[in-house]
Design a protein around this ligand. Structure first.
Ligand code: F6P
Length: 328
């Protein structure tokens, strides 16, 4: 594939993340600059199955670097998990002349890309795009920084009202099985406690922490609950705590999908540009079944099977300990 004409198909798949548009822009323009043609595949794997393709020019990606979401749309596609679905997808991309792929998404996207690339011998380079920051091989995933800042903004606002009413708030944040958003937004927002999937904190332990907060006469208390933690979510935790401390005026806020939207931060825009650029360069160099990621401040590649089989643990023990000290 090294020097011949190449038609690159670019798509986003799984949950959208701020920075995906900046990444599409970088990939499209880098490929065009190298003299290759580019096709946008709409709605991820579903778009391959439906032959939902559009030729991309440099103008197709004008004025999108600042936009959240993804102009290529996205989907979670069950049909692509079947052999028949993938065959149909391959028939369509072959008919469209697409002979290399750039996939922007999370582990579900990468699993599909790995299988598809092996089955049909089509080169694919993946780019980590998910607010969860849960992928091995990249210190950060696209969208995580923006989502964390969105959560911090929300915590700050909740703090204003919590302090005015002397209330205890439980704020549930996204992240699936990863506590990255919860821990970092919790530290930055001065949370009194953080419940994480990676570190079991039972209700008893939480109540002890809250007792300390109550005794030290805090005017507001905010507990960040990561959606993947073990106690069943913010409503459940709030109910159990209320049974134990009925003097607390408790409230629950589920931040939900607002964490996925919004204009990407400068960090995400730059990361997206670097990763989109690097992904095309890797395809041009003949690489396949790899992910491009950020390690230290350098763009590095990791084989897809390693990304999919190794666990990313991005919460440092130091930070967990520090969080407890700073919340007293
Ligand atoms: O993977 C990103 C994410 O936002 C997770 O944090 C969350 O668990 C999930 O997607 C929600 O998925 P959906 O938008 O399909 O409900």
């Amino acid at each position: 594939m090294k020097s011949k004409q190449m038609k690159v198909g670019v798509f986003t798949s799984g949950g959208d993340a701020p920075g995906m548009n900046a990444c599409i822009r970088a990939a499209v323009r880098t490929a065009l600059h190298a003299g290759k043609s580019v096709v946008g595949i709409y709605q991820g794997y579903q778009g391959m199955i439906d032959a939902n393709f559009q030729e991309m020019t440099s103008r197709s990606v004008s004025n999108i670097i600042q936009l959240g979401g993804t102009i290529l749309k996205t989907a979670r596609c069950a049909a692509f998990r079947t052999t028949e679905g993938r065959q149909l997808a391959y028939d369509h991309i072959k008919a469209a002349g697409i002979d290399a792929l750039i996939a922007i998404g999370g582990d579900g996207t990468f699993t599909g890309a790995e299988v598809f690339s092996r089955e049909f011998d089509i080169p694919v380079v993946c780019i980590p795009g998910t607010i969860d920051n849960d992928l091995y091989g990249s210190d950060f995933t696209l969208g995580y920084d923006t989502a964390t800042n969105t959560v911090i903004e929300a915590i700050d606002k909740i703090r204003d009202t919590a302090a005015s009413h002397d209330r205890l708030f439980f704020v549930e944040v996204m992240g699936r099985d990863s506590g990255c958003i919860a821990l970092n937004a919790g530290i930055a927002g001065g949370a009194e406690a953080i419940l994480l999937p990676e570190k079991a904190t039972g209700i008893e332990t939480l109540c002890n922490q809250l007792e300390v907060a109550a005794k030290s006469k805090k005017s507001s208390t905010i507990v960040i609950v990561a959606e993947g933690e073990e106690n069943g979510g913010a409503y459940n935790v709030a109910k159990e705590v209320k049974q134990r401390f009925d003097f607390y005026d408790t409230k629950v806020t589920i931040l939900g999908h607002l964490q996925r939207g919004g204009s990407p931060s400068s960090f995400d825009r730059v990361l997206a540009s670097r990763l989109g650029y690097a992904a095309v360069q890797q395809l041009l160099a003949g690489e396949t079944r790899i992910m491009v990621g950020l390690r230290g401040n350098e763009i590095k590649t990791t084989p897809l099977d390693e990304v999919l089989n190794k666990k990313a643990f991005k919460l440092s023990k130091d930070m967990l300990e520090m969080m407890e000290v700073l919340s007293i």
